[in-house]
Design a protein around this ligand. Sequence first.
Ligand SMILES: [Zn+2]
Length: 230
Amino acid sequence: MSATRPTDTTSGSTTIVRANGLADDVYEAIFNQLMSLKIPPGARITVDSLVKEFNVSQTPIREALGRLEGEGLVQKTHLVGYRAAPQITRRRFDELYELRLLLEPNGAAKAAAAMDEAKLAVLREAAGVMAGRESNDDHVHYSTFARLDAVFHDKIMDFAGNQLIREMLSFQHTHFHIFRLLFHWRVTEEALDEHQALLDAFALGDPDAAAKAMRAHIEHSRDRLLPAFE
Ligand SMILES: [Zn+2]
């Protein structure tokens, strides 16, 4: 691939200097650019441009892109190379939320019925880190929130006990796709209150309250993101 080819990635230069966990750092940096739309949906991603931007060799870049491909954020096409995954369509968005509404309130009810102190501590930890994570870079914060929200919801489905349903939801990478729709603080701040309502229901071991809180959270999440299609 020609080094002079114009790229779709942005000009912001982030030099990664840490030797430890270089592959992880490169992965995080590209992940953040994808989630914050610095690399827009559908944009071409060239290995050469990332090599220059991060001042690293091709190996960690290729490794990171492979990992992101597995997470549905990057697509690799024969002869074309890498692209950021396209933005989900309105139809796909509706389908995703219908799927979530079918599965997650029921999962929350089952998780509440199976709740104990250890499980509650895991969920409180995930929700607490989301609320408390400070960062100078809003883009990083936002993408971190997206990942933690994915973990929070995945843990609930784990505790619900049906691993097939858990895998099915996890395979959609829902949180990465929906958080890419709209970069807005309202998306994260309002979600925190809704997560707290879920935690309260889990603390009580109340399946009905947990199902209701999950349904409300998913419906509100959908309403917050719908303006992205206007
Ligand atoms: Zn959530």
